[in-house]
Design a protein around this ligand. Sequence first.
Ligand code: HAM
Length: 434
Amino acid sequence: MAILKAVRGTRDLLPPETALWNHVEATARAMFARYAFGEIRTPIFEDTQLFARGVGEETDIVSKEMYTWEDRARADSDGAQSLTLRPENTAGVVRAYIEHKLADTGMLQKLFYIGPQFRRERPQRGRYRQFWQIGAEVLGPAWSGADSPLRDAEVLEMLSAFLNELGVKGWRLELNSVGSSTDRPRYIAALREALEPVKYRMCADNQRRAETNPLRVLDSKAAEDQEIIDSLPKIADFLDDASREHFAQVLAALDACNVAYKVNPRLVRGLDYYTRTTFEFTVPDGSGLGTQNALLGGGRYDGLSEMLGGPKAPGIGFAIGEDRLILTLQAQAEAAATTVTEKKLDAFIAPMGLGQNTAAVALAQELRRAGLSVEVGDGTFRLKKSFEAADKLARRMVILGEDEAASGILTVKDFSAGEQTKVARAELADALRK
Ligand code: HAM
């Protein structure tokens, strides 16, 4: 029989690697708590319309990369419906914001999420079809302060603190302002005009983008087109006074917090909903990501809620590519030759003979209740096999034979000290904790 494998672009995460994933997520949760975020969990699939309207029909994500299917009609429901595995989570969060009338609280909403997203991209290192994001959205009615530049700076400062806390080395923050929802169309019109006489000299991809989504030309990596792209109009020259002032305040607040950044006038990002501040954090070459070196990205949006039928709710958010963050941490640890030491269990209980299995399970229960991490062998194991298994997994081995059961005095082998001692059952938990 042919062996079934995980689908291309998806992967299994196994111990001990999952310990690093949990460490990253625990660090993120602790950070979100310090910055007053609460968790939101939205469904993994949504009505296809949500992404078509929320992310934008012309984006790569919606036009090429979504997992969409017609959900069969059932007798008890209204009929077939087009559903999509979420390619990102901002649209889902804004839908939930509208659906649960969070605007009515009048309060700024600070929501974070951790979960899988799905895009049919060409798989490579750091780019998967099921990948994980740790993200957050800060949104609310304008009077909640949701459109304040303070929020942009707070989010960016939080992200820089997070990467530092995890020990990510050499990260860089690039940011730009793509202007208000009225600046953008003016700029796009100017881009179209500037591209018109030169686009025939560009690669096929950029020729298509020049037609469908000229902003996307700006983040093209095609070497042969760079000269033309550098000569195109800059968004900075199309910002209205309010957007210009907003961006200046974001930069001033970052300076006040000593967060290093670089303004990149070409950073526009691939989703349609961005207005004003957009940003990306990247890691240097040699951090295990190859060309997929964008660790995380995000930006401000205004109009997304209205596009989904909701009230005005400006916001700012980001999503960290968790897979990429983990690859970076692993590659940088390897480069620095710091071995991530696996934490061993407190004890391995070795029952001597099948007759001791029941007592072994009961002893394990007792020790685990006392807060110790314990694995149990099996009465069929010879002593040598128990030793080998215990040495791999645990700091100590507890031998449980007929004599030990009768006397209540257990034999404890300490692997690092290389010594064997006798311990009364009542003192066992304390002895193992040392
Ligand atoms: P995005 O730039 O599409 O933004 O994705 C954010 C991050 O997710 C990327 O920087 C990257 O690290 C990671 N990522 C994206 N695609 C893949 C993939 N196929 N495999 C592995 N990692 C990937 C968003 O998704 C926006 N929702 C962010 C946002 C939130 N903007 C405002 N609020």
